[in-house]
Design a protein around this ligand. Sequence first.
Ligand code: ZN
Length: 626
Amino acid sequence: MRLSALLALAAIALPSSAAEAAQDPYSYAEPDKVRVRHVDLDLALDFPARTIAGTVTLELDWREARADMPAAGTLSLDTRDLTIERVEALDDAGHAQALSYTLAAPDAELGSRLGIAAPGQPVRVRIAYRTAPTASGLQWLDRQQTADKQAPFLFSQSQSIHARSWIPLQDTPAVRFSYAARVRAAQGITVLMSALRQPAQGEVQGFSQPQPIPSYLMAIAAGALAEQATSKRTAVWAEPSQVAAAAREFSDIEAMMRTTEQLYGPYRWGRYDMLVLPPSFPFGGMENPEMTFLTPTVIAGDKSLVSVVAHELAHSWSGNLVTSATWRDIWLNEGFTTYVENRIVEAVYGKTQADEEFVVAAGELRHKMQSLSENQQRLAPVPREVGADDALTDVAYVKGAWFLRFLEARFGRVVFDAYLRDYFDHFAFQSITTEQMLDYLRANLVDRHPGKVDWDQVEQWVYAPGLPESATLPAVAAFTAIDTARAAFLHGTLGAAALPGGDWNTHEWLYFLDHLPEAPTLVQVQALDAAWRLARSSNAEIGMRWLPRAIRAGDSSAWPAARAYMLRIGRMKLTLPVYRAFASTPAGLAYAETAYAAHQAEYHPLTRQAIEKVLRKAHAQPEATP
Ligand SMILES: [Zn+2]
């Protein structure tokens, strides 16, 4: 979003209650006038043309009294790169009447406003449209880009504001709607959506999402897919060659669900299925209701990275059930979810692992905060000066979770668990702002248990940059021993092979690596790699920490492994640090650019955009060579 527009927004007073009043700077929708309450999709997938075409029928709740606007009504929708073929109003008998519309010139970030003149405020409006092959929310893969090379593959990623690139709708988390869909696809292609599957009728696959969800949870995937049950209400979907390994890795999902239900009340979505995507999926996971999308990089073979699954499951309460009303409030989704994720890990895998994971995440947060502006360091920035996709930083996730850990410590687990369960019930299926959450917190926790927390402390956590002094971390004995061993290695008093790394679990290795210098000496890197073969680790989280350090240390023998890693993995969190390390020297930058140029088509559009930003920045201001 452009700065001038944001300054204008800053002048809008944000009412402290009523999510309806939340202004979403990333949407053209006018939910105070009219709201979509149900979406009905009739779509066909065209893999050769890389397009989705069909119709969407929007059921509308007009908020403006007809008496005020007897003849007119305007429906303002979000679109990006869509071709609009026809817009009509439908009456109760299903008769269609053409409506006039204008598709505005596109804004680089927001896309094009679709303004529909809707005289008489019709309850149902149908739009015939098709997507562009370059739709920012869709990735189309050739057969060769999949694991099994049997069929092409399609998947969506709608968060933050990409649903509008494959469905014309009110693309703001403030608006919730149920949906149904019928999707035509070629024989042998299984279609999955963020909804319950209906029995297929011929080549048409049907879906129903009866609960009201925000637009960023609209999701579709299609390919040659197999299913393996992990319990009565859970299953894993993946390409046939991957499905058994995925089901083994995620076999604790039912235990995770029971834990979360005991803490925060029943799971309200029916089934919980997981889809393992091809490696170009740009995120760790996406909490699409009833069908979590997951990166294959979490299949480490030893369940060491399944906290991502706990995270996406936790979103069934925090995020999908109680949703942040704007992207500025995204910490309500991600901070609460990161907190719940850690509670699930503690219950299923033990307190040591949960503490280790949180301390590792807190270390990453402290490190990344150094490069964020003061406003980005706030849980609830005003105004949000970064793009909607950039709002998903470690601040929303880890600082948000840290704030809830602070509250848990002050009020005690029994009181805080009961409070959080009531919070999820109270705001179930609503989209809320930070200020609504704070009003509820004050009335139902802080004021009811006086003397535990000063309100100033709460406001400091939510509105101040940095971390408050009340941010404490659990003591992890294994980490203290690792600090000692690392220091001895760096001082040259302990050889690499003498490190007790054989006893370390994945999180202990991550902690060891995280606190090495960004650019160790070449001798140190070579000694560690000779002893522990880190460049060849199949664990993607270890690679993300090791390969950039090896590159910065000047170990060119690590380049081929780093190149293979960054071309194999499209998950941005993992692949970008390798690009950044290569970009720190002219020779590395040239090497990374050559690799990227040859393979860019294999990346997701979001990943491409992020990599190109890294490469551009390196040309503008080359880092000093260490
Ligand atoms: Zn999340």
